[in-house]
Design a protein around this ligand. Structure first.
Ligand code: GLY
Ligand code: MN
Ligand code: MN
Length: 431
């Protein structure tokens, strides 16, 4: 097990941490679904990024005293009986030997040791408001540390969310490899689904096909609850009931991506259940695809992250005017936000360890500019629910197309282009 990559990430943190400060990152706890049946454990992404360590209820402390980083980790103690039931624990010795922390302790010592560790520091940083009950713990440790010596400087508390998030925003080589693998597995699952879907299948059956395809290639879990939305269900943006029966002339919108070695893919495709788009479905689809392609073309170094957003709004507005779903001058309609009735979400989000990944969207007062190593989704859509005041022929059409785009030195790379988005390619794949 080579965990040098995580140690290097911790060392690199010294550039972002104030001198004489302590950064605390809590790991995730095991969550229970019902009674004593737990959900599968998923480590907190910040904690994992800086440690590679996957045992619950751990805590990391990084001390920056000006000469570099001192790293400590608190981990579940070795326990013969618990290890018989639940499996191997690294314990403090394993955490130092295998995970390359400078020091490690039993997590039973956290409350006892933290006030001593914080004593004398000027600032405590941690991700504020992210873990239930943790804010109060930090306040308690800080108060206890400050009260050890009434003549010492007070200790400030700072939010570390942006500091860690903006480091995570630029993906390194190791991360890009894993995300590419997550994207490949997910793209292949979409292709399998397109090839096999048919009238009368249930949304739940389609969901099971994705989970099966992910899992058999090493991605045991989806990165988020898959959205398997047939017909009008596609107009519910986060539809996850997935319990309806597919009907022949409807579209199926599937937003599903796997998590591979902790990294997410996020893909949406919308395809006709019977393999052939109707005229109206195709008209709407082609607008979304044009918006998608125009938006992707703007994802490159130095461009504002708002460029794909604006381009997609304009293309969608023009398209809706062309097919008669909006009336008026496209420029004015864009300005007034008329498109929002049909396209009400943003174009995308950062992608990485989390599907909605860490990292700011603003830099000071300005929107962030794309830099090589960032990965963003691009996911325009048009949703026409039956409650809208439009001609019946449009009702129940919901289309979203979503790809994962890596910013490179040369421009960008579409990591999910393996699964077709061109409607004619989709039709021929399904024939
Ligand atoms: N799958 C969630 C999203 O696209 O944001
Ligand atoms: Mn997304
Ligand atoms: Mn998605």
């Amino acid at each position: 097990m080579d965990n040098t990559i995580y140690k290097n990430r911790r060392n690199n943190l010294s550039k972002s941490l104030p001198v004489n400060s302590v950064l605390i990152i809590p790991g995730a706890d095991l969550q229970y679904r019902n009674a004593d049946s737990s959900f599968p454990f998923r480590q907190d992404s910040n904690f994992y990024y800086m440690s590679g360590f996957c045992e619950p209820s751990s805590l990391m402390v990084i001390v920056n005293n000006g000469d570099g980083i001192n790293s400590m980790i608190f981990v579940p103690p070795k326990d013969k009986l618990k290890e018989i039931w639940d499996g191997y624990r690294a314990g403090p010795i394993g955490a130092v030997e295998d995970f390359l922390f400078d020091k490690a302790f039993d997590n039973t010592q956290i409350d006892l040791m933290l006030p001593d560790i914080l004593h004398g520091t000027e600032q405590v940083l941690y991700p504020i408001g992210k873990k239930q009950g943790f804010d109060q713990k930090v306040i308690d440790w800080t108060t206890a540390a400050a009260s050890k010596d009434r003549h010492s400087k007070s200790i400030g508390i700072l939010d570390a969310t942006s500091i860690i998030g903006n480091i995570r925003l630029i993906k390194d080589k190791h991360e890009i490899e894993l995300i590419k693998k997550a994207c490949d597995i997910s793209a292949e699952a979409h292709i399998t689904a397109m090839r096999s879907v048919k009238n009368g299948d249930s949304e739940q059956y389609i969901e099971s096909m994705y989970i099966h395809e992910f899992s058999k290639k090493g991605a045991r879990y989806p990165a988020y609850n898959p959205i398997i939305a047939s017909g009008e269900n596609a107009c519910v943006l986060h539809y996850v009931e997935n319990n309806q029966i597919l009907s022949d002339s409807d579209l199926l919108l599937v937003d599903a991506g796997c998590e591979y070695e902790m990294y997410a893919a996020d893909i949406t495709r919308t395809f006709p259940i019977n393999g052939k788009f109707t005229k109206e479905q195709l008209q709407v689809y082609e607008i979304v695809l044009e918006a998608m392609n125009a938006a992707i073309a703007t994802v490159k170094e130095g461009n504002s992250i708002m460029e794909p957003q604006e381009v997609s709004e304009k293309v969608i507005t023009e398209g809706l005017v062309k097919i008669g779903l909006l009336n008026g001058d496209p420029t004015e309609l864009h300005k007034s936000g008329a498109y929002k009735e049909f396209y009400m979400h943003k174009i995308g989000h950062w992608l990485g360890l989390d599907v909605h990944d860490a990292g700011d969207y603003m830099e000071g007062d300005e929107f962030m500019k794309f830099k090589p190593g960032m990965i963003t989704t691009i996911e325009p859509g048009i949703y026409i629910s039956s409650s809208m005041n439009v001609d019946d022929k449009w009702k129940g059409i919901g289309v979203r197309i979503e790809d994962d785009i890596l910013v490179t030195d040369e421009g960008n790379e579409n990591l999910t282009k393996k699964v077709p988005s061109d409607p004619h390619e989709i039709e021929s794949l399904m024939s």
